[in-house]
Write a protein that binds this ligand. Structure first.
Ligand SMILES: *[C@@H]1O[C@H](CO)[C@@H](O)[C@H](O)[C@H]1NC(C)=O
Ligand SMILES: *[C@@H]1O[C@H](CO)[C@@H](O)[C@H](O)[C@H]1NC(C)=O
Ligand SMILES: *[C@@H]1O[C@H](CO)[C@@H](O)[C@H](O)[C@H]1NC(C)=O
Ligand SMILES: *[C@@H]1O[C@H](CO)[C@@H](O)[C@H](O)[C@H]1NC(C)=O
Ligand SMILES: *[C@@H]1O[C@H](CO)[C@@H](O)[C@H](O)[C@H]1NC(C)=O
Ligand SMILES: *[C@@H]1O[C@H](CO)[C@@H](O)[C@H](O)[C@H]1NC(C)=O
Ligand SMILES: *[C@@H]1O[C@H](CO)[C@@H](O)[C@H](O)[C@H]1NC(C)=O
Ligand SMILES: *[C@@H]1O[C@H](CO)[C@@H](O)[C@H](O)[C@H]1NC(C)=O
Length: 276
């Protein structure tokens, strides 16, 4: 499935009232093991400190471009919005089952433009970072358990930054165990979510995740009002191109299998089989 699918998901959600999360635009799955049988198992990263350098060349076949085209320049991978419909995105071919994701990114500027780093599982557990192009002082992070978007306002949190995230590269790191989820910016912890804090653990992200990095026009006028407002207002394509840059990523899988498989339909971490 491509980004087109997520965009149509967003469009269909725009028919619903404003309680629906705008962040769902990046959220989709090819096969949800809680609803479907015979979903393919997830290829594991299985190692520590896998390092991907995007300066002047792609990081090989480990990352798929799932939407648009990237250019690899001296600042790293360039994710560009030139016109309506552009939403360049890359996705790791591997999954991690708890671990650490460090991404060095310079966010895209521009009202209505959103730079994202998302960890997503097959059953729609999600951990994300969202940077609004016109907001030079704050970034947002959020999580979902099994695609539950209820109580959005309580889950999405904003944090002040030191320096505009659109002006220079910063270290955005997420450290994720079965007990806590921690978001760091430039080495300082900004947020901790404990297992029990997410509906007693039921909505705590706990299934194998792949990594998706991209930029999208949340402020496109075809999106619902809530999404456009959240994105800082409507995007003006004539003032583009809007570019996000990713220099590198360092990723650790805390599990060391070859594959991860859902053992049942509970979506709990205990139900995941680690295939050696
Ligand atoms: C999966 O099943 C759950 C529970 O029955 C339901 O809420 C959800 O909408 C389903 N998701 C998909 C993608 O079919
Ligand atoms: C991974 O790198 C971090 C720092 O970048 C270091 O603290 C840690 O020991 C490394 N882990 C392994 C298993 O090499
Ligand atoms: C990534 O690309 C490979 C080769 O084109 C394809 O087999 C695979 O399904 C793709 N994975 C994703 C997650 O799109
Ligand atoms: C940036 O986000 C913070 C937190 O939501 C908000 O208070 C501030 O008004 C935003 N700034 C702009 C320019 O949108
Ligand atoms: C969804 O989230 C709400 C609010 O956090 C919670 O009350 C509810 O139990 C959750 N639903 C499921 C199916 O986990
Ligand atoms: C996390 O995993 C460890 C080791 O399996 C276990 O002892 C601990 O109880 C787990 N924590 C939670 C919140 O399930
Ligand atoms: C990025 O931040 C993480 C979390 O604080 C830290 O472990 C890591 O060493 C930092 N990376 C570099 C290159 O400083
Ligand atoms: C929300 O969008 C609808 C349809 O696009 C429009 O008619 C309405 O005026 C908008 N409301 C606000 C508060 O912007």
């Amino acid at each position: 499935m491509s980004q087109t699918a997520s965009m149509s998901l967003l469009l269909s959600l725009s028919l619903l009232p404003a309680l629906i999360s705008p962040i769902l635009a990046q959220t989709w799955t090819n096969c949800n093991p809680l609803n479907q049988t015979n979903c393919p198992s997830d290829t594991a990263l299985g190692i520590s400190n896998a390092t991907y350098n995007f300066v002047t060349s792609s990081a090989g076949s480990t990352w798929n471009t799932t939407n648009g085209n990237l250019v690899y320049g001296t600042q790293g991978a360039e994710f560009t919005i030139n016109k309506k419909g552009d939403a360049p995105t890359i996705q790791s071919n591997f999954y991690i089952f708890f671990g650490e994701v460090e991404v060095w990114m310079k966010a895209a500027p521009g009202q209505g433009v959103v730079s994202t780093i998302v960890l997503e599982s097959d059953d729609l557990d999600e951990i994300d970072l969202e940077i609004i192009g016109s907001n030079t002082t704050h970034i947002e992070n959020n999580y979902y358990g099994k695609g539950n978007t209820t109580d959005e306002a309580a889950k999405a949190k904003w944090y002040p930054t030191t320096g505009a995230p659109q002006d220079s590269f910063h270290n955005y790191t997420t450290r994720w165990t079965n007990e806590t989820l921690e978001w760091y910016v430039d080495g300082s912890i900004v947020r901790t979510l404990a297992y029990a804090d997410a509906v007693g653990g039921k909505n705590y992200p706990q299934t194998p995740m792949n990594v998706r990095i991209g930029v999208w026009a949340a402020g496109d006028p075809s999106n619902n009002n809530y999404t456009v407002k959240w994105a800082g207002g409507e995007i003006d394509y004539s003032k583009g191109p809007y570019k996000m840059y990713v220099q590198s990523a360092r990723i650790t899988d805390y599990s060391t299998g070859a594959e991860y498989k859902y053992g049942d339909k509970t979506g709990t971490w205990q139900s995941i089989d680690i295939v050696a």
